[in-house]
Design a protein around this ligand. Structure first.
Ligand SMILES: [Zn+2]
Length: 270
């Protein structure tokens, strides 16, 4: 008989006691796909982890940039088209700083990302192309604060594509029949921007420098701070995450595993 995980009530839902111990993830994956709504979100969310895994473990990292960010400015001299073009170049430059293998641009309008069959299929396609063990995204669920609509939809699409569309040969079968792709089972999702991070990647000051340097490439978004102010802010943020798990610096995520035997699987299959 399957025993009920700690903190799971009789209806199969997490209760007030559901607070897993902070988990410091040591192992880097062979490949990670970062599903992100706007240029600069991924670097802020998991930039130091990308830097660490690419430099130290040779992880192949692919960024799926879902919108073109064409409304992200208060500068009225920009046209939406000009801003989108600028931000695409900035995103390529940021990816180059970190050593990201590829940036795939879906080019949805900023604020116009909807949870559609077509969009989910585009995320599935990249999962099937690159076969990542880990998918990064923004935590779409918040209780105490609001987040951008594109953030919610991209986080939700990342989770839904990873589980269960990508591994089912009956979902988006045209990708298998016509594009030569195969179903793929993602191992886990790591969600940044979570109110309850439970999984941490220990990083050092060099990784934080690279995170800040990557963010600095998004010049259209960051005029309010100098590079050193940005580095200071990044360092403090990573120090606070490190405090949660007992290391000097970290990036924190909410982890959802898609494998048999996890709490999540138990909840889905109770
Ligand atoms: Zn954003």
């Amino acid at each position: 008989m399957t025993s009920r995980p700690h903190g799971i009530d009789g209806w199969g839902f997490p209760n007030q006691e559901y607070a897993p111990e902070p988990y410091v993830m040591e192992q880097a994956p062979r490949c990670a796909l970062v599903v992100t709504p706007h240029p600069d979100d991924a670097e802020g969310g998991c930039g130091a982890t990308m830097a660490k895994w690419i430099a130290e473990s040779g992880t192949k990292v692919v960024i799926l940039m879902c919108t073109n960010g064409n409304k992200g400015t208060g500068d009225r001299s920009f046209t939406p088209e000009g801003l989108a073009a600028t931000r695409e170049i900035e995103q390529q430059n940021a990816a180059r700083v970190l050593g990201v293998s590829e940036v795939v641009f879906l080019r949805y309008g900023d604020g116009e990302l909807e949870d559609t069959h077509k969009y989910r299929g585009e995320v599935v396609r990249q999962i099937r192309r690159h076969k990542p063990e880990v998918v990064f995204g923004i935590d779409p669920y918040r209780v105490t604060s609001h987040t951008h609509r594109d953030h919610r939809h991209s986080g939700q699409a990342a989770l839904d594509a990873a589980f269960s569309y990508a591994w089912s040969w009956l979902d988006f079968p045209e990708q298998i029949a016509a594009e030569g792709l195969e179903p793929h089972q993602v191992g886990e999702a790591l969600l940044w921007g979570s109110e309850r991070p439970d999984t941490f990647i220990s990083i050092n000051e060099q990784h934080i420098l690279m995170k800040a340097a990557a963010l600095s490439q998004h010049a259209s978004q960051i005029s309010a701070r100098t590079a050193s102010q940005r580095l200071e802010r990044m360092t403090e943020g990573c120090r606070l995450q490190g405090e949660r798990c007992g290391v000097p610096f970290a990036e924190g995520f909410r982890r959802i595993q898609f494998n048999l035997g996890t709490d999540e699987w138990w909840l889905l299959n109770r």
